[in-house]
Design a protein around this ligand. Structure first.
Ligand SMILES: Nc1nc2c(ncn2[C@@H]2O[C@H](COP(=O)(O)OP(=O)(O)OP(=O)(O)O)[C@@H](O)[C@H]2O)c(=O)[nH]1
Ligand SMILES: [Mg+2]
Length: 852
């Protein structure tokens, strides 16, 4: 049994001018997995139960059937051309065999009704082909051993649309797999005998055609001999080139065009024949993986349940898994197909190019969608916080947080935690108002150095955002402070002012001894904090936490700082100067800080800070929440954000929060460390003023002083308590992952929030922008605009983004009040209408400076 291509078979098929030397060639066609090879093996007298998928074409010699005219001529052999049924083969290699066969067999998997249409199309294409017309065809309805196999001839004819077929044909219902090793299925044998008999009956004519094609130029371009479909439709003539009358005039206006015409593969067999390298079956078999002849479209469409246990077969999985039997293409197969297809499309169609996709597709494993992120183990954006936190815990060394290098870092020592507060007056948000997290992060961290060159964020936008944040409620009369400030001073200015006022606490903080001792604590705190927020589902949570009544400003500033750390430095000095900042020292140190530091925050590249960053891996978990690229970068941002957010919460909450906090484990750890300093400071501050609180929180998280890690760590310890408590009360816990959230009414809150947000957004023109954010699942929404955060909230269950938005904050507060019984004062604010009241109340309560 030979295995050679059709072209090679020419030389192997002698001319049959002599009756004694008559040679008959039979083509065996059919879809993949139909049982062609199995049937051939049965005819050969070597039935098999499992045949290998055929790649390209295969040839073998079978004896004349025991019955029929051939009986007694055992010495002669019938050449069987067994073709691969995959679509790629249908399109490329089948046509090369049409003119070489005296008759053909079409095998159908009668048990696979899902492919009956494909069978119909394929069969009709064959019948329409001029090279096959007038040639007898044996249709084997195979796999009759299967219960669902089509057993009715009329039904099958109807499905195949061959009811009126005048072609010499016969249908046999058979089972090709070998039940009896000694002989083939009777139906197959009988059918094959019939076929041979028909060929022999018209052998001269048929053989003349075969011989003619051997010498004709047409044989070199099989498709050229294929009758155009239009001709078939327009010309009912059944006469072919040889004057043979076809049994049926096939006008199938309703039937789809042949595969090569259907545009499924624009590379028709003709084109492919000129473009593709000659298929080398042997070569293919020697190299099980990566057949050069495989095309993207091959077989992918063909579903199949076939299990390929054939060891030596090198058929790509995409080919094998799509055999008849499984109608739809599996997602994996589809992905693979698409993958291969793209690769194949690329290139000039040279042989080498065709090899590319094949070789690469040898690993037909579909690529993960986020493969680009795979390299960042910490970037699993939506990993359950519980897992992450656990991971962090396990990974966190107990005392390794004492990061000697960090401590030794003069910058970190010198920089006061308040640096965070010193924010650039001008924030640089993307002009376009991008809300894409990736962009944002990249903007912030990835290309921070480049940000300077970028156009600064329009002050108008920023003002809007700030306004929205600062004044969650309509610019109520109650708060002249916020209103007046808004126009008068930039957001940062406002912050500065707040700072200065809050500064008592802040000052104390700044005066606190260098973070040498606290640094480790800070780090640790950061980690915990991160976990906690991670639990809360990421950035959004952080924002949420921030989202206190008046926090908006700070959030904005924080956001800006995060984005434009480098810029902020430059402007810090100015800011402090103008603002009469009691932290001039801090500002100086901050300004003096090298950008590299920020760069470090951004990229972690800074060796200088790396020691401190040791804890980063942990921190990175926080980053996991962020789908965007910046793993570590995000952290500093959070750190900053947190402090800001912590702002609005009253001190009383803070205490509650400590108890209520789901992430208490961290707290306990962090709080003691910070200790003493942070707490006392923050508490006192908070007691006095919500704003102060914000400052306190923010300070620890200041970027400038602390590296990213530092920032994170610090703020966490201090601000956490306040933030937590607040959020807990507010119901921000809802955002947090389930394990942490203690608030039962989370869903409710979310809903309410969502509703509120919508309404709110609708009110404000800026909301549209945020609507856009809805589309973006990522956290970009950090932008101060509230609507955006609202959107984010909707999208991200546990995201931080909500925090900054005023409306949301209001909503949260309302919700919290309504829900949380723990805070009686808040409960009264339960309704949305109470927002204003609540806000005002907060202001009155929290704002120590009514004049503002
Ligand atoms: N149950 C059952 N399975 C069969 C029968 N004939 C073939 N098969 C199985 O169907 C699968 C495909 O058989 P093949 O002979 O390789 O089919 P093919 O048409 O040659 O497939 P390609 O070479 O890929 O075009 C194998 O697993 C066979 O064992 C049959 O009559 N009954
Ligand atoms: Mg086969």
């Amino acid at each position: 049994m030979g295995s050679a291509s059709c072209k090679n078979s020419k030389s192997a098929t002698p001319a049959a001018k002599n009756e004694e030397a008559k040679k008959i060639t039979i083509g065996v066609f059919g879809l993949d997995d139909a049982g062609k090879t199995t049937a051939v093996k049965a005819i050969e007298g070597d039935p098999v139960k499992e045949a290998e998928p055929t790649i390209g074409t295969d040839k073998l010699m079978v004896p004349y059937p025991a019955i029929g005219k051939g009986k007694g001529k055992s010495k002669e052999r019938i050449e069987m051309i067994d073709v691969g049924g995959g679509k790629r083969f249908r399109d490329r290699t089948w046509g090369e065999c049409y003119d070489k066969v005296h008759g053909f067999i079409f095998v159908i998997d009668a048990s696979n009704k899902s492919r009956i249409g494909e069978n119909k199309t394929t069969l009709n294409d064959l019948l329409d082909n001029s090279k096959l017309q007038d040639k007898p065809v044996l249709i084997l309805a195979n796999k009759q051993d299967k219960k669902n196999a089509i057993k009715d001839e009329d039904y099958l004819k109807d499905k195949l649309e061959i009811e009126d077929l005048k072609h010499k044909h016969r249908i046999e219902f058979c089972t090709a797999i070998g039940k009896d090793k000694s002989k083939a299925d009777d139906a197959i044998r009988q059918g094959f005998s019939w076929l041979i008999g028909e060929i022999e009956s018209d052998y001269q004519k048929l053989n003349a055609r075969v011989n003619k094609t051997k010498t004709s130029t047409e044989s070199k371009s099989p498709v050229s001999t294929k009758k155009p479909r239009g001709r078939l439709q327009s010309e009912p003539s059944d006469m072919d080139d040889d004057g043979i009358v076809y049994g049926k005039s096939r006008q199938k206006s309703s039937s789809p065009p042949p595969p090569s015409y259907r545009g499924l593969d624009t590379r028709s067999s003709q084109n492919l024949s000129t473009r593709l390298p000659q298929l080398d079956i042997n070569k293919s078999k020697r190299k099980p993986t990566g057949y050069n002849t495989y095309s993207d479209n091959d077989d992918e469409k063909d579903g199949t349940n076939r299990s390929f246990s054939r060891p030596n077969v090198s058929v790509p999985m995409s080919d094998r898994t799509n055999r008849a039997g499984s109608p739809p293409l599996s997602s994996a197969a589809a992905a693979t197909a698409g993958f291969n297809k793209k690769k194949k499309v690329v290139g000039t169609g040279t042989a080498s190019n065709y090899d590319l996709p094949t070789n690469k597709s040898a690993s037909n494993e579909p690529k993960p969608f986020r493969s680009p992120y795979e390299t960042f183990p910490d970037e699993i954006p939506w990993t359950p916080s519980s897992i992450r936190s656990t991971k962090l815990d396990s990974t966190l060394p107990s005392k390794t947080y004492m990061n000697p290098p960090m401590i030794s870092d003069p910058l970190k020592r010198s920089v006061s935690p308040l640096v965070r507060d010193s924010k650039p007056i001008t924030s640089t948000l993307p002009k376009s108002g991008k809300t894409n997290d990736d962009d944002e992060y990249g903007y912030k961290y990835g290309s921070l150095s480049n940000d300077k060159n970028k156009p600064s964020y329009p002050s108008i936008n920023r003002t809007k955002d700030d306004d929205s944040f600062k004044y969650p409620s309509p610019p109520s009369t109650t708060k002249p402070l916020t209103i007046s400030r808004k126009p008068l001073s930039s957001n940062y200015d406002l912050d500065d002012d707040d700072y200065g006022r809050k500064s008592p606490a802040t000052v104390r903080r700044s005066n606190l001894p260098p973070p040498v001792a606290t640094t480790p604590t800070t780090t640790m705190t950061t980690v915990k904090k991160t976990n906690r927020y991670d639990d809360n589902s990421d950035n959004d949570n952080d924002y949420y936490k921030r989202s206190t009544t008046n926090t908006a400003k700070r959030l904005d500033s924080d956001d800006d700082d995060d984005r434009n750390k480098s810029k902020s430095y430059d402007r810090l000095s100015d800011r402090f100067k103008t603002k009469d900042d009691p932290y001039g020292t801090t500002s100086k140190s901050f300004s003096t800080k090298p950008k590299s530091r920020f760069a470090d925050d951004d990229d972690d590249d800074n060796d200088k800070y790396k020691p401190a960053i040791k804890t980063r891996p942990k921190i990175s978990d926080d980053d996991d929440d962020l789908p965007s690229t910046s793993k570590y970068d995000t952290r500093p941002k959070y750190g900053n954000d947190y402090p800001t957010s912590s702002f609005s919460k009253p001190t009383s909450r803070f205490k509650q929060d400590d108890n209520d906090r789901p992430s208490s484990p961290y707290r306990s750890t962090t709080l003691p460390k910070y200790g003493e300093d942070n707490r006392s400071t923050s508490l006192s501050r908070f007691n006095n003023n919500d704003n102060n609180r914000t400052s306190s929180t923010t300070k620890p998280s200041t970027h400038s002083k602390f590296s990213d890690d530092d920032d994170d760590d610090r703020p966490s310890s201090k601000w956490k308590p306040s933030t937590y408590s607040k959020f807990d009360d507010d119901g921000n816990d809802d955002r947090r992952p389930a394990p942490l959230s203690k608030i039962p009414s989370r869903s409710k809150l979310n809903e309410e929030n969502d509703d509120d947000n919508r309404s709110f957004s609708s009110k404000k023109p800026s909301s549209s922008r945020f609507d856009d954010d809805d589309d973006r699942p990522t956290t970009l929404s950090r932008a101060p605009s509230r609507s955006r955060f609202d959107d984010d909230d909707d999208r991200r269950p546990g995201t931080l983004t909500k925090v900054p938005s005023r409306s949301k904050f209001d909503d949260d507060d309302d919700d919290d009040r309504a829900i949380s019984s723990s805070r009686p004062s808040m409960s009264k604010l339960g309704t949305s209408g109470a927002r204003n009241d609540y806000t005002s109340a907060n202001r009155s309560r929290t704002n120590p400076y009514p004049d503002y």
